[in-house]
Each structure stands twice: as C-alpha cells, then as structure tokens.
Write a protein that binds this ligand. Sequence first.
Ligand SMILES: C[S@@+](CC[C@H](N)C(=O)[O-])C[C@H]1O[C@@H](n2cnc3c(N)ncnc32)[C@H](O)[C@@H]1O
Length: 258
Amino acid sequence: MTAPNIPSAQHAPSGVPEQPHHAAPPNVPTKEWFDTKGLDYETSYGHNAGLLKAVDKFAARLRPGCRVLDLGCGTGRPVAHTLAARGFQVHGVDFSETMIGLSRAAVPNGVFECAHLLDWTPAQGQRFGGIVATSSFYELSREQMETLVSRWRDWLEPGGLALLMMVAAEDVPSTKTEMYDSDGRFARGIPFRFMGEDCFLYLFTRAGWRALLEERGGLVVREQWVEAFVPPREADCDGETNSFFIAERAKAMEGGLA
Ligand SMILES: C[S@@+](CC[C@H](N)C(=O)[O-])C[C@H]1O[C@@H](n2cnc3c(N)ncnc32)[C@H](O)[C@@H]1O
C-alpha cells in the first residue's frame, strides 16, 4: 500500500476556509483505498455480531429520536441504517465519496457529508445526543485521534453518549514491545492483513482508548467490553478482537452545569 495522498480541497466543507493537509501515518488504508472497497467492505464486516449487539445497547441508552453523529460511517450498514430504523436522526461523515454514496442510498433520510474527520465541524450551535466511531480512525495518527476526541465534549449535548469500537494494540498478535510509545498507551506500525492488503495499524491499548475518552473527551465510560470477530475467509483479513466503550458526557461538570 502506498503512502496516502489526500487533497485537502476535496475534504474542506464548503464555506469553510481550507485546512492544511492532514498527514496520515505511513501504510494505512487510505481514502482512495476505501473508495475502491465500497460494498466489499460491507460484505466482509457488515455482519459483525458484536457490533450489531453494541449498536442495540447504545440505541437503548440514547435519548429517543436524538441526532446521532456517525464518524467514518462507511457504507451506512449496519450502524447508520440500524439507528435510523430506530428513529434516530443520523448524520454521517466519511472522506470516501464511494462510502458516502452508499450511506445515502442505505439511509435516505440521513444527512451524509464527505469530509476528512479533522476538517468536519458541526453547524453553529448544533449538538448531538450520540456520537459513534466504529473502526474508523484508520487514517489518523495518535495526535489526530486526540484532537478529534477532544472536540466531542463540545459536540455532545449534556447526557449525550459516545460509542467507540476499536481494536486494542495488545489484542493484535503482531504487536511488538518496541512499537509502543513510552507511556505504553499506544503502538505504531502494527502489521495487519486487511481485505487482501498488508497495512499498518496505529492503535491505543484498551487502557489508552479509555483514557482517550475520559481525559481528552471529558467523558465518563459507563460500559466497556470485548468481542471477537472473524471475517469470512474469502475477505482475506486478520481476525479482530473489538473493544467497545459507551461513554457519557456528564450532565453536571466541575465548576457548574455543562
Ligand atoms: C473500516 S471502515 C468502518 C465503517 C463503519 N464505521 C463501520 O463500522 O461499518 C472505516 C471508514 O472510515 C472512513 N475513514 C477513515 N479515516 C477517515 C478520516 N480520516 N476521515 C474521514 N473518514 C475516514 C473510511 O473511508 C471508511 O469508510
């Protein structure tokens, strides 16, 4: 896989000044790569029973009918589609035009925007009852993930919830000691087989994902669990152990009401 090449103009929302190019870590699945996958991704990953269960749990905790932001929404199935079917107003963001097109077809009453996650910002005053990010930080460095999640406290309404599904560094068999940052919370350049390609993953540990939500996002983790997922053999993907977190933006924050 070649180093990513993301033309920033493609991701800058209209009317917003262009942001500088967001340099991604080397050898990650790129926007161009996701553009070529489209429905093949859904065929390989759309039936992840652990993810379906997590969306159910999350939906049951959300304020009924609230607006939910799906960051890196992919094809829209299963996450956005399931949430829309339960009466939530889904707002998806993804930098792949192919994925956004599939999401719009899967969820006709949703709002979907094609943007890099670091370029996207909500409309002025807009807040969400929920934020979902499931396996969608592939093209972000540690520092970029920290920046993104630090914005969530402003994007979530008080009492709003975030659902995060990610792989933890320690759960990938190819993670080596020397790949970890000195704080032991993040590993860089983990070899991984993903839809017929050899790529690298950049992942927090389970404790690191939790700290990301709590320390950067200002959220309180309410539930945390782990589920294994084995993609179909023909997908040519490594198996995954998915870590799930449901975190809440507290209603009252230090120093007064949020
Ligand atoms: C592995 S797929 C997961 C899709 C969906 N969240 C799901 O669980 O089915 C990752 C998605 O995130 C998108 N993505 C990855 N990095 C992104 C970024 N920096 N900005 C916007 N979208 C991104 C990709 O285009 C892709 O559609």
